[in-house]
Design a protein around this ligand. Structure first.
Ligand code: MEV
Length: 327
């Protein structure tokens, strides 16, 4: 039996970094998904085929054995190994596994690809053993993997990937599902510069150690922008929503998480008609997001391309994690 589970990536509209300090964030699941196909093995190996990324190998316990690609590649698969073992532990089963990992979400650019893989891993294994884990339990198992990858993540990524849709997430508290009766159009601009979320969180934390009250005010403002931004989103007031995205980009830049390339894509989008644009996710490379009228969409995409980025239209996906038997 093979079970496939898939889970969506995400974009943060408001509140990145602030949510690490218990502020609010508005986050959207997107129509790009990661997929994990799980099958039992007769030995105790957890074999991972992540050939899209150019490497594959297996774990015996915590030890990685490469089959394709350098041994250090195993580091990025450690989280999947941990989630697999913890999921089986939770289900009270023990088995070797073949896991095929596939993703439409570009990795390490702030779109939640690692969380989506961790969520899909827990769900696929749950499905394989005909377990009955709740979405909350799957989300918690994925968070264990997220901690391995990012250090001290807020949990926003694994939550939105599990539950889908639009969430107002408060670090340390949980989330509220937001229902939009109209979805605005967004274009993502990928700088194609990979970066580590954990490292970017550390940069903000170090800046805060040197300038605590100033950084605290910026973080607090970023959180309150999420609240105001949500009210504009619900009222379809995209002019003001865009303005807040611009302010947000400025504040994130002041925290040291923008880059010249992110700034270039943000300005190129605004100059070609976006109503607002900001970096999204941890920054330091990765992606920006622009709020765009349907008529300006092609112009903004072209401007991002000319500025050296890779544009991608995204829609909100209301479908969280889902599982199906393949054979
Ligand atoms: C998450 O994608 C981006 C950050 O807010 C970190 C986190 O929430 O863990 C920067």
């Amino acid at each position: 039996m093979i079970v496939e589970a898939s889970a969506p990536g995400k974009v943060i509209l408001f509140g990145e970094h602030s949510v690490v300090y218990k502020g609010s964030a508005i986050v959207l699941a997107i129509n790009k998904r990661a997929r994990v196909f799980a099958e039992k093995r007769n030995d105790d190996r957890i074999f991972m085929d992540s050939e899209d990324l150019g490497y594959s190998g297996f774990f015996i316990g915590d030890e990685y054995h490469p089959v394709k690609g350098a041994p250090w590649r195993g580091r990025s698969l450690t989280a999947v190994n941990l989630v697999s073992r913890k999921t089986m532990e939770k289900l009270g089963v023990q088995s070797g596994l073949n896991l095929k990992l596939r993703s439409e979400i570009p990795s390490a650019v702030g779109l939640g690809s690692s969380a989506a893989i961790c969520v899909a891993t827990a769900a696929a294994i749950d499905g394989l053993f005909e377990g009955k884990l709740s979405r909350e339990e799957i989300c918690a198992l994925a968070y264990e993997g997220e901690k391995v990858i990012h250090g001290r993540p807020s949990g926003v990524d694994n939550n939105v990937s599990t539950f889908g849709g639009v969430l107002k997430y408060e670090g340390g508290v949980g989330f509220e599902k937001i229902i939009l009766d109209e979805s605005p159009c967004f274009v993502i601009g990928n700088t194609k510069q990979k970066r580590s979320t954990g490292r970017m969180v550390q940069i903000v934390s170090e800046l805060r150690q040197r300038n605590q009250s100033i950084v605290d005010e910026i973080i607090e403002t970023l959180g309150s922008i999420s609240e105001t931004g949500l009210s504009y989103l619900l009222k379809h007031d995209y002019k003001h929503l865009g303005e807040l995205m611009d302010i947000c980009h400025g504040l994130l830049t002041s925290l040291g998480v923008s880059t010249p390339m992110l700034d270039k894509l943000v300005h190129a989008s605004r100059e070609s008609g976006a109503m607002g644009a900001k970096l999204t996710g941890a920054g330091g490379g990765g992606c920006m997001i622009a709020l765009v009228d349907e008529e300006r969409m092609a112009a903004v995409e072209e401007a991002i391309r000319i500025a050296g980025g890779s544009p991608m239209r995204v829609d909100v996906s209301y479908e969280g994690v889902k599982t199906r038997r393949v054979d």
